[in-house]
Design a protein around this ligand. Structure first.
Ligand code: ADP
Ligand code: GLC
Length: 517
């Protein structure tokens, strides 16, 4: 058993006090913060609290708030029904013109209760429909996704150019994932010089478009080539983001390296490797926000502190009840995930027998691809009382699962960063994950969770066996839990790299403007 040799530091809380008391980064001490605050527009297709389908939503809600002491960060988001009907007051503050097949739109403004300012692209014909940002209620992708997200990107470019008649324009634009890939592209094609950062949260979702549709989005001919946004004879909106942004980031250091290799590069590895060689690609890890506190999380019916395993056990019993499992003193495994190929659910189907034979139980929640939903539903009938499944997603239920499970399964084929493993650690559930991307960077094997190599089932089964052995050794299990709960994964350690990146680009741009004068 590889976890047996546990080093002494396991019993030491890891820098938690330092993190909680952490002063905002050093930039703050460099004089008047207000004077230094830069105006940043974060462009995104989802934001937790208004509309969320996965981790991008969490990051878009947390990052602007984490940065607020340093910069004036505002968010730009499409006006889906979930946003318009969120109960927040929306004031129309501007408008943006149409272009090619992209209709004109109005810009609304929401002042969130905590002061965060969110601009909303209001365009009924594109956004006001049922379903989620990417699919209709039947799960089919929107046929006009390219127009929907070109509309978002063009609005960002217009706001940056001061063309939206709102009295605020950013000094830097930060676009995220393929839905906003055209943001730096439109800015570049129109000769705008506001710097733009593009963050890849998931390289596999490319936003591909047939070449003949380029006129609909006003894409110029020179961009439809390999040096631009062409990929295997089509157009990739994600590649546009990479090609035209001043800097490209992704959400962990390991994923930043992985995407320059054929295994993870989705055909863009060469292009990305050249960006990396030019010093224009880097990894900045995500963090989790301070709503993830097991002692005060209002979603939990029984909040708990580190070492208070009795209180925590009440959460475990509750999850068993919620999912119709028989009472048990064995380990409880959980999956909280989008049910998509990336997340390796098919591998998990292969370890259920090991879990149940080892006296364990399993709860699964999430939604996504219909055949994966079907496969996990079938598990419940195959293992009645031992496996519970809820297809769908509910934030309270998800938080209770992190707080009630002993182990979280994340055998992702790739994982740019991953937030679920950090939430689980924070709530004392040890992640069992493939050593890839952000999972490799945030899980210490045998200390704050379990890592296995590659995507071979036997390696995954080996990690499950190690977890079962640790569960049977209560002192070791408790020590690992404490270490996981203390893991330093707050946003505070990610905001300095972002803040410095923003400052560096803004200063470089104003320096080059002065030189030109
Ligand atoms: P990803 O973004 O690839 O889904 P992350 O681990 O970064 O993975 O983030 C997952 C976040 O999304 C967590 O907050 C998790 O609770 C939530 N989540 C998981 N499944 C769903 C779902 N089906 N719908 C909405 N949110 C989900
Ligand atoms: C993506 C990735 C996930 C990451 C999230 C937020 O959805 O799959 O690994 O944590 O974006 O950056």
């Amino acid at each position: 058993m590889t976890v047996a040799a546990v080093p002494d530091p396991l019993t030491q809380p890891v820098e938690r006090a330092r993190l909680q008391d952490a002063q905002p980064p050093s930039l703050l001490s460099l004089g008047s913060v207000q004077e230094q605050k830069k105006k940043i527009l974060l462009v995104t297709s989802e934001m937790a609290g208004l509309v969320k389908t996965g981790g991008l939503g969490d990051v878009s809600a947390a990052l602007p708030r984490a940065l607020r002491d340093l910069h004036d960060v505002r968010v730009l988001l499409p006006g889906y029904p979930q946003v318009l009907d969120s109960g927040n007051h929306i004031r129309v503050v501007g408008e943006v013109p149409g272009q090619a097949a992209i209709p004109a739109a109005r810009i609304g403004r929401i002042d969130m209760d905590d002061g965060l300012i969110v601009y909303v692209v209001i365009c009924a014909e594109l956004y006001e429909r049922p379903g989620n940002p990417y699919v209709d209620p039947q799960g089919n992708e929107w046929a006009d996704s390219h127009i929907r997200f070109a509309r978002l990107s063009l609005a960002a470019a217009d706001i940056a150019a001061g063309n939206a008649s709102i009295r605020w324009s950013p000094e830097l634009v930060h676009a995220n994932d393929w839905q906003t890939g055209l943001t730096p592209a439109y800015m570049r094609w129109r000769g705008q010089n506001t710097p733009c950062v593009f963050t890849i949260h998931n390289l596999a979702y490319q936003g591909l478009l047939d070449m003949h549709r380029s006129p609909e989005l006003g894409i110029p001919g020179h961009a439809c080539q390999m040096e631009g946004m062409e990929l295997h004879g089509r157009l990739s909106l994600l590649k546009a983001g990479i090609a035209y942004a001043d800097r490209v980031t992704t959400v962990s250091a390991t994923y930043a390296r992985e995407i320059t290799t054929p295994e993870f590069g989705c055909g863009l590895e060469g292009f990305l490797a050249s960006k990396a060689a030019a010093g224009k690609l880097s990894g900045i890890p995500n963090g989790i926000d301070d709503s993830w506190e097991p002692e005060s999380d209002p979603h939990l019916s029984q909040p708990f502190a580190m070492h208070d395993w009795q209180a925590r056990d009440a959460n475990t019993a509750e999850v068993r009840r919620l999912f119709g499992l028989r009472p048990s003193s064995g380990p409880l495994f959980a999956v909280v995930s989008r049910l998509v190929y990336q997340k390796g659910l098919d591998l998990t189907l292969g370890v259920v027998e090991d879990i149940v034979a080892g006296g364990g139980q399993l709860v699964i929640t999430g939604c996504g691809e219909p055949q994966i939903e079907e496969a996990v539903r079938a598990l419940q009938d195959r293992y009645p009382g031992e496996v519970g499944v809820r297809v769908g997603f509910d934030e309270t239920e998800a938080r209770r699962m992190y707080a009630g499970s002993d182990f979280l399964l994340m055998p992702s084929r790739y994982e740019p960063c991953g937030l679920s493993q950090m939430y689980a650690q924070r709530y004392g559930s040890l992640p069992i994950a493939r050593r890839t991307g952000g999972l490799a960077d945030t899980i210490e094997d045998g200390l704050t969770g379990f890592l296995f190599e590659g995507s071979r089932l036997e390696n995954y089964r080996g990690a499950i066996a190690r977890a079962l052995e640790v569960f049977a050794a209560p002192e070791l299990f408790s020590a690992m839990r404490c270490r996981a709960m203390s893991a330093p994964c707050y946003w505070h350690q990610s905001i300095e790299p972002y803040a410095e990146l923003y400052m560096g680009l803004i200063e470089a741009r104003s320096g080059s403007q002065q030189l030109q004068r």
